[in-house]
Design a protein around this ligand. Structure first.
Ligand code: UT7
Length: 334
């Protein structure tokens, strides 16, 4: 029997129009463009400002542009996976809200959360649904409205994050393209270093949790930085080694966009020439589950069928990993 592969056959994205610059931030907290650019590499980030609009707004835009681009009738979609840390609500799932808005009514839909590794964890999940032979069209919507959980009085975290969302369509193929291999890991040692403390079942919202500003991102950046560099490097090297890929064989290296120094350190350690390393952190900051689909969307036009991509990510938990995929279509034809 021929092997079924799961291939990405289209990509959509949504980025809000409103821009928050380093100059504006330096009027809000004690920071500067010079510090943010040299320590993190972010020039500006996007913010979904309108009141009453959550992740579902961006997800709907990303998913409807994907359906339009791929000329997919919503009734054909069988599964919707929404990967995010900032859903509209605890429940119902953002996936259910977005499905309804996009006219997807013959599918089952659910949210999953793996922080900044959300896209690659969802890709593994969706790809396995396709390769099982049971499903023909699975969509992944991945992104975050990070600005909804950023404390704009905390200079340690407020320059880092932005809002965006991407969406991909996964379909089966017998061709030698698509998701070839994944290496994913979670090690729960990350809890003290990167989390949002309150608002869940352990510390539900009270006046006290609000007074203590516990509904925002808390991060011990230096610890997270070290783990990000070493784990992303290991994950990329592992997947390249076991698929016999040298840096020369890799056409696009797509890392999670958390810090330009992390991206450069990982690229250097893995030996990937910098022109193959995708970077857009200067424009959008860290959009958590949104960074990798946003990079794919931005370089779609340059990618050709059969190009070899390495995706690599790291986030809260800690959760990290890498994906080796062969791109499924000529982006210049889209
Ligand atoms: O996406 C999920 C995973 N997240 C990551 O991968 C993020 C990993 N961490 C990082 O990217 C970096 O650690 C940060 C960008 C968060 C921080 O950069 P850093 O070079 O590690 O800075 P630091 O936290 O060690 O702070 C160095 C100094 C401190 O001052 P002192 O104590 O040396 O006097 C901070 O108070 O920089 C100060 N500082 C700032 N100064 C101006 C921290 N934030 C700022 C700021 N502006 N915004």
């Amino acid at each position: 029997m021929k092997k079924i592969n799961a291939v990405i056959t289209g990509i959509g994205a949504f980025i809000p129009d409103d821009v928050l610059t380093n100059e504006e931030l330096s009027r809000m907290v004690d920071t500067s463009d010079e510090w943010i650019m040299s320590r993190v590499g972010i020039k500006e980030r996007r913010v979904l400002k309108e009141e009453g609009k959550g992740l579902s707004y961006m997800a709907e835009k990303a998913l409807s542009s994907l359906l339009e681009k791929t000329k997919t009738d919503p009734s054909e979609i069988e599964v919707v996976i929404c990967s995010t840390t900032t859903p509209d609500f605890h429940f119902p799932s953002t996936a259910s809200i977005v499905s309804e808005r996009c006219g997807i009514r013959n599918a089952w839909a659910f949210d999953m959360e793996a922080a900044c590794s959300g896209f690659i964890f969802a890709l593994e999940t969706g790809a396995n649904m396709i390769t099982s032979g049971k499903y023909k069209k699975v969509v992944i919507v991945a992104g975050d409205k990070m600005t909804s959980i950023v404390d704009y009085t905390d200079r340690n975290t407020c320059p880092l994050f932005g809002d965006a969302c991407g969406a991909v369509l996964l379909e089966p193929t017998y061709e030698d393209i698509g998701v070839k291999d994944t290496f994913l890991r979670t090690l729960g040692i990350g809890e003290p270093y990167l989390r949002m403390t309150a608002g869940g079942s352990r510390y539900p919202a009270t006046h006290d949790t609000i007074d203590k500003r516990l509904h925002y991102i808390y991060q011990e950046g230096r610890v997270v930085f070290k783990h990000a560099v070493s784990n992303m490097t290991e994950a990329a090297l592992e997947i390249m080694e076991r698929n016999r890929l040298s840096p020369d064989d890799v056409d696009f290296f797509i890392p999670h966009q958390a810090n330009i120094r992390i991206i450069e350190a990982v690229g250097l350690r893995v030996g990937i020439p910098h022109e193959k390393v995708m970077v857009n952190i200067h424009k959008y900051g860290n959009t958590s589950a949104g960074t990798i689909p946003l990079c794919l969307w931005e370089c779609e036009k340059q990618m050709k069928k059969g190009d070899k991509l390495i995706l690599v990510s790291f986030g809260a938990g800690f959760s990290w990993g890498s994906v080796y995929l062969k791109w499924g279509y000529d982006g210049s034809q889209v």
